[in-house]
Structure formats: structure tokens, C-alpha cells
Design a protein around this ligand. Structure first.
Ligand code: CA
Length: 225
């Protein structure tokens, strides 16, 4: 996940860069609005922007305004001052997607950036493996031609596993991916959803394998010989 951080407070920018990198994000830091505008015109890599408002060169409002005027959909999270309600309103009206009031908890920033990128990622219409299929538009799960009833959380876990194909995902990744920001869920709860899903998709020719110490992955069951 490529993040562009535009913040002229060098200490804050440096801290953000370290925290976001620590979460596996590729971070580019700029301290100037004019530079940010140029980089955003050229870069197609940027998946989300963290944007301060008061910046040398061009202010954050103008950066967002120009970005949207060019038709870009890249999500923008504004950093605003505590008492500046007008700034938040103006930023959102200009096309920013979210904001955080300084000072903020970095965990909240990370969660919100992930949510913004997730919302902006186009989803395929159908995810399938073996006889298991999820119709994402109709929100229908099927094993063969039989519909399977899933709870909202079970659906979210299964969708996440299917999105990752044959890659191993950890319980924490599942939690981060399926929860709206602010909700809480234990690792044990993930185990419960996984065991329910195993029962429900038992006939699909697909197994949710436990990779001890790492997490889970979906695997097609070899046909019985
Ligand atoms: Ca500033």
C-alpha cells in the first residue's frame, strides 16, 4: 500500500513515516504543497494521501481541489487542527474523504487509511474456488448450486480468505480487514468463525487449512481417488 504523507512538521512527518512503514506501507513524505501537487500529477502509485492543511507552497485545500479537478479518485485524509471545524467542512466539500484532528493516535490513522484504500479498491463480481462461490453483488454464497446462509462476519472472513487465494492470512489480518474502525474482536472469535465456516462449506471441495503459528489459507481439496 503506497501512502503519500504531506506534512511540513518534520518531527510529525518522520514519526508518521516510521509508524506507517512499520505497518508494511510504502511511505513517501513531502513537506510542501506545490511538490505534492506535482507528485500527484505524475504518480499512479499513490493509493492514499495523508494531507496537512497548512503547508508551504500550496495549502492542503488547493492540493485536494486540484486533485479532484483532474478527476483523480485517490482517497485523501486531512490532518486538521483541533478547533478548526470550518477547515474540516471545507476540506470534505473540496473532495477529501476523511480527516483526523491533531494530535491523533497513530493506530487510528492506520485503521482509517486501510479503510479508505479498501473502499476505493474495485471488487470483482464473483469470488470462487472449487465448488464454493461468493456473488459479491447479490451477497450470495453457494456451494455447487446450493445457497449457504452466512452471517455478516462469516461472510467477511470467507470473502477475505477467497481474496487471498492460496496465500496465508493471519488472524490479526482477518480482524483488521473485516472490522469497521473502532469495533473490537478477539483472536478467539476468528477461530469461531473459521470453525463455523468449515462446517458450512464442508461439501465445497475447499478446505480452510490452519497453518500453525501463522494463520489460515484456503485450499482446494484433491478429488477422492
Ligand atoms: Ca502544517
Amino acid at each position: 500500500m503506497h501512502v503519500l504523507v504531506v506534512e511540513d512538521d518534520a518531527v510529525l512527518a518522520d514519526g508518521l513515516s516510521r509508524v506507517l512503514s512499520g505497518h508494511g506501507m510504502a511511505v513517501e513524505v513531502l513537506g510542501n504543497g506545490t511538490q505534492a501537487d506535482l507528485v500527484l500529477q505524475r504518480s499512479e502509485q499513490t493509493e492514499v494521501v495523508v494531507l496537512d492543511i497548512g503547508l508551504p507552497g500550496m495549502d492542503g485545500f488547493e492540493v485536494v481541489r486540484r486533485l479532484r479537478a483532474r478527476g483523480s479518485q485517490v482517497p485523501v485524509l486531512l490532518l486538521t487542527a483541533r478547533d478548526a471545524i470550518e477547515d474540516r467542512v471545507r476540506g470534505l466539500e473540496l473532495g477529501a474523504d476523511d480527516y483526523l484532528v491533531k494530535p491523533f493516535a497513530t493506530a487510528e490513522l492506520v485503521a482509517r487509511l486501510k479503510a479508505l484504500v479498501r473502499r476505493n479498491t474495485p471488487k470483482p463480481a464473483l469470488l470462487a474456488l472449487g465448488d464454493l462461490s461468493l456473488d459479491l453483488a447479490a451477497k450470495r454464497a453457494r456451494v455447487g448450486d446450493k445457497t449457504v446462509e452466512l452471517s455478516v462476519r462469516e461472510w467477511a472472513v470467507l470473502e477475505y480468505l477467497l481474496q487471498h487465494g492460496a496465500r496465508v492470512v493471519s488472524k490479526q489480518q482477518i480482524i483488521d480487514a473485516i472490522l469497521p474502525w473502532g469495533d473490537d474482536l478477539t483472536l478467539n472469535a476468528v477461530e469461531v468463525y473459521i470453525s463455523r465456516l468449515r462446517l458450512k462449506i464442508a461439501d465445497a471441495g475447499v478446505t480452510i487449512r490452519t497453518i500453525r503459528g501463522f494463520g489460515y489459507m484456503l485450499e482446494q481439496t484433491p478429488p477422492a481417488s
